[in-house]
Design a protein around this ligand. Sequence first.
Ligand SMILES: [Zn+2]
Length: 59
Amino acid sequence: MPKLPEFIPVDAASLLCTKCGAKPGIACGTLKNGTELIHAERIKAAATKGTAVRKAPRK
Ligand SMILES: [Zn+2]
């Protein structure tokens, strides 16, 4: 039984955001307190990529 990842193995901020078009390395937005916002679409894309990476053999 595969363990569900509790964290996203791929940094969402390293992907292009399909929602707002934010470039890799650039947050979708920033809150007044400095917290970076990342759209859920971007996080999902990162999670999908992470799954693909995890399935690939690392040797
Ligand atoms: Zn975005």
